[in-house]
Ligand binder design. Structure first.
Ligand code: ZN
Length: 398
């Protein structure tokens, strides 16, 4: 049996082309990149009343390779053959302007196509892949989690969470979460999935633009279970510790595993996640190295600013133990120097927070740099008020 993702539009890997920076000196971090999930940018080109119905194959289109455009240069070149005859003689800039307007108009349609293709991709996997451990495809809290974690979730108070957690650096929470047996089953299921992928030569989509190894759990049937994990177990904690970044309104997720070691990804460059809150749990196995390094939380505008000394924090993974942090908390993973390390990642998102963020400029409640700027403004205002008072006093006693 040989299966393929089909149309050829699905990338085999994330490409990793968005500036992942391996190694380097994390005390002076390079510009972080956003590790975004692999997206397939397509544009639907149907029923354009202003374009020709059939391409003019005699026409030789311009090259758009040298321009910074929001669509692939190849799309402009191929679309050019469909331009009305009157447009063929105009300048390249005018052609770009005309075609861009058309493309933008159809973007939502293209997005719909992308979603539809992803649904078909998942359907193809789910109808052909035979799960090994069906038990982990639905939520069984007492089998998945350690009792201390369950107790804290049942109480769901800051105190109950603090009792089982440590916060070794502001905004980074670590705690025992999964039972060893659950980690084993999940690892074994992932291995089974990968064996199947290799056996039938299925071209899979990798978890994000920075990891070349690993698998999206949502794509092979675990989406419902991970939804429950988000709603019942991550949101209650995030509501308490991350309310300022939408922690109480987390409503969607991207769940995947990443693999590090020999013949896998070695390390992971400095970056921020495409999430409001990230749950990162080490599932095993035997390894050394692979520490996470954190360097402060930043808004979009300040993502490339320097690190303050109190923001420097390194964390060593322990199998079964979870790390919870804001997605905008800049971080990376050092090289896994021996063995294999596999981690479960749940990127948790809030659509409400994302919508609200568009209308805000000040993120001093969570961005280290916005907060520093705000303090500076306040200090300056105190200084100027004081000097104004002194000046008036001087006038009145003169
Ligand atoms: Zn900021």
């Amino acid at each position: 049996m040989s299966l393929d993702a089909g149309s050829g539009d699905l990338p085999a890997t994330g490409g990793g082309g968005n500036g992942a920076v391996p190694g380097g000196d994390p005390s002076r971090p390079p510009a972080p990149s956003v590790a975004a999930p692999v997206a397939v940018a397509t544009v639907a080109m149907t029923s354009q009343q202003r374009l020709r119905l059939n391409p003019n194959n005699d026409h030789k289109p311009d090259s758009y390779d040298d321009l910074q455009l929001d669509f692939s240069p190849a799309i402009f070149s191929s679309l050019e053959r469909y331009l009305p005859p009157s447009m063929l003689g105009v300048s390249r800039d005018d052609k770009v302007k005309f075609m861009r307007e058309i493309l933008l108009k159809y973007l939502p349609h293209g997005e719909r196509n992308r979603a539809q293709r992803h649904r078909e991709y998942r359907q193809k996997i789910i109808s052909n892949y035979q799960p090994l451990h069906r038990d982990i495809y639905s939520m069984h809290p007492s089998a998945f989690f350690v009792p201390t974690f369950l107790k804290a979730i049942n109480e769901s108070t800051e105190e109950s969470f603090r009792n089982i957690m440590s916060e070794p650096s502001p905004g980074v929470f670590t705690f025992e979460m999964f039972q060893p047996r659950f980690c084993e089953l999940l690892l074994s299921e992932v291995e089974n999935f990968e064996d199947w992928v290799n056996e039938v030569r299925f071209r899979i989509m990798r978890p994000n633009t920075m990891n070349k190894y690993g698998a999206v759990l949502d794509d092979f049937g675990l989406e419902t279970m991970l939804d429950k994990l988000l709603e019942g177990f991550v949101r209650p904690i995030s509501k308490v510790f991350f309310p300022e970044v939408g922690g109480s309104t987390l409503d969607s997720h991207h769940g995947f595993v990443v693999e590090y070691g020999k013949d896998r990804d070695v390390d992971l460059g400095f970056h921020v996640d495409d999430s409001e809150v990230t749950l990162n749990v080490c599932l095993g196995k035997q390894f050394s190295g692979g520490e996470l390094f954190f360097r402060g939380t930043r808004c979009d505008k300040h993502v490339n600013t320097g690190t303050h000394s109190e923001e420097i924090f390194d964390f060593s993974h322990v199998p079964g133990r979870a790390v919870l942090h804001r997605g905008r908390h800049r971080h990376g993973a050092r090289a896994t120097t021996s063995g294999h390390r596999i981690n479960l990642l749940l990127w948790c998102r809030s659509s409400i927070f994302r919508e609200m963020k568009k209308y805000q400029k000040d993120f001093s409640s969570w961005c280290g740099e916005c907060s520093r700027e705000k303090k500076e403004r306040q200090q300056q205002s105190v200084v100027s008020t004081r000097s104004e008072l002194l000046r008036r006093e001087g006038e009145s006693t003169a």
